[in-house]
Design a protein. Sequence first.
Length: 59
Amino acid sequence: MGFGSYDESEQDNQEYDADLNDDSGVNTTEHDHDGSVDFEIGASNDELIDRLSDIKDEE
């Protein structure tokens, strides 16, 4: 069996119980935060594109 090869017979009859209620998973609500974020860019799109061009030219 070469690199990256697999036995297709191993893929047959795999069982997965999607209804399994296992509480050992990650608690995604543990660190919920309410709030907002505001950004004030202060530059026009043209100024940002010009700056990006300058950065690319420096490389």
